[in-house]
Design a protein around this ligand. Structure first.
Ligand code: GLN
Length: 488
């Protein structure tokens, strides 16, 4: 029998409804686990214990009256770059150390309206900048599978909290891989939705033309449950689209026969394997062979595997690291030590700005502000930002062409498993290259999921990424779930 904190959403729902345990008991099990493990793993910056117990009691009353909905009484956590009303929200930077958000992210309100119980806020790379969680001003998150290694980033706290059973699920943000890469390092499931699918209102903005918010959980089914709740138009985020939101759980079984949703329903499901993602250089041999084994499993299920090419993939990292710092630098202008958060001691207005920002931002945030300000400045805008946007269009067109041929793409999520804490910290470019397989789908606004694919000989999880056509979450969930069945 798993411990209560080890349950999935589905198992917790069944147990709560059958009165095998109460929400207070389930919540206490998670809080006890957090207390026991937080000093080591460092997944939480703020634990909302009192609030959690109040919400759990309320949930138990609702269950007693048979008024429960899908998440009633189920404890979860939230990346600290997402605002929750009346709860401290630091973005993992000291400039917001004392910031209590006066309003709440739309997706979090949707999750809480379904009765989920908030346990607290997760550590992350400050403002989402990073691939290892070492850019947090509250210390790195340790990987529960090997505490000498990183949990991934930027949503390392959320991934570690789910993997270490400190919560049942977590909500996080993905601009250029921040949900998928830590999910892969920690052996859990994480979805980046299509750009415009979920409202970003109340998420601390990073790079507005790429930012998304999505779910992290223990199974594909749990993540699909959460995405069905989070998706939809929101008048507070003009980029959200009107689109019929399906219940993502329903159609899984039809997939193998139907050929997915993108093409002729009579054909076999076609899965594309982009050859640029499997080139030897930089790809760990164990990761490669684990992903190839998974592809073989799909062949055994009568799926047609097609080699495809995304020729502009090689430009994804340079393009990403022009566009993202540019938008970062613009968005971070609002954090001036005057309107929000902590203000440093100062003698005049200039010092108020410069000292608050110098003390309140970690090194990587400052680097991005400088690169971005440069790339956007007069005379350089055309040469850098505008050119990068043009190449971004080519990357997007590569995907559009390929989705005329196949239903889904399969790639490794990361070129390597979790690396050692400190290993890449002083080599900025090596850290940026960690995003090589996750940045392209982000630039193209596509949905992508990371699912556990296996473990290395030393026991480190390896994640497999599935990328779908725009608004194609359904096919991504279906195939991910089929593969999950093969691997469990
Ligand atoms: N590694 C990416 C970066 O540093 C992750 C960003 C994100 O998705 N928040 O930009």
């Amino acid at each position: 029998m798993p411990l209560l904190n080890e349950l999935t959403i589905k198992q917790a729902r069944e147990g709560l409804d059958a009165k095998e345990f109460s929400s207070v008991e389930l919540t206490m099990a998670c809080l006890d686990r957090i207390k026991k493990r937080n000093k080591k793993i460092n997944a939480f910056i703020t634990v909302t214990e009192e609030l959690a117990l109040q919400e759990a009691e309320k949930a138990d009353k609702q269950i007693k009256q048979k008024k429960q909905t899908i998440l009633t009484g189920i404890p979860f956590s939230i990346k600290d770059a997402i605002c929750v009303k009346d709860v401290r929200s630091t973005g993992s930077a000291k400039i917001l150390d004392n910031y209590i958000a006066p309003y709440e992210s739309t997706v979090i309100t949707k999750i809480r309206e379904q009765g989920a119980v908030l346990l607290g806020k997760n550590n992350c790379d400050a403002f989402g900048h990073g691939a290892s969680n070492e850019n947090s001003m509250y210390g790195p998150v340790k990987n529960p599978h090997d505490e000498k290694r990183v949990a991934g980033g930027s949503s390392g706290g959320s991934a570690a909290a789910v993997a270490d059973h400190q919560c049942i699920f977590s909500i996080a943000e993905d601009t250029g891989g921040s949900i998928r890469q830590p999910a892969s390092f920690c052996g859990i499931v994480g979805l980046r939705p299509s750009y415009g699918r979920n409202s970003r209102f109340g998420i601390m903005p990073m790079a507005s033309s790429l930012d998304t918010v999505g779910p992290m959980g223990k199974t594909v089914e749990d993540v699909a449950i959460l995405e069905s709740i989070m998706a939809g138009k929101d008048e507070k985020d003009a980029t959200t689209v009107f689109d019929k939101v399906t219940n993502y759980l329903k159609k899984k079984k039809e997939t193998l026969q139907s050929g997915g949703q993108a093409r002729n329903k009579k054909q076999k499901l076609r899965v594309g394997v982009p050859k640029e993602y499997f080139e030897k250089e930089g790809l760990d041999v164990e990761v490669r062979s684990i992903i190839e084994e998974n592809i073989e499993k799909l062949k055994g299920l009568n799926v047609e595997i097609v080699e495809v090419s995304l020729p502009h993939t090689k430009y994804a990292i340079p393009v990403y690291y022009i566009i993202v710092p540019s938008e970062d630098s613009s968005n971070l202008g609002r954090l001036d030590g005057i309107r929000y958060g902590v203000q440093a001691k100062h003698k005049n207005l200039y010092e108020a700005y410069s000292k608050s920002r110098a003390q309140g931002f970690p090194e990587e945030v400052k680097r991005r502000i400088m690169i971005g300000t440069y790339a956007l400045s007069a005379g350089y805008y055309d040469a850098y930002y505008k050119k990068a946007q043009k190449v971004r269009t080519l990357i997007k067109q590569d995907f559009e062409e390929v989705f005329g041929l196949v239903d889904v793409l399969i790639t490794p999520t990361s070129p390597f498993p979790a690396f050692k804490i400190g290993e890449k910290k002083d080599d900025v470019l090596a850290m940026y290259l960690a995003d090589v397989f996750v940045a392209p789908a982000s630039l193209a606004g596509l949905p992508a999921i990371s699912v556990p694919a296996g473990k290395t000989k030393s026991g480190l999880p390896v994640g497999l990424q599935m990328i779908g056509p725009r608004m194609g979450e359904q096919i991504v969930f279906n195939l991910a779930s089929i593969l999950e069945d093969q691997n469990t």
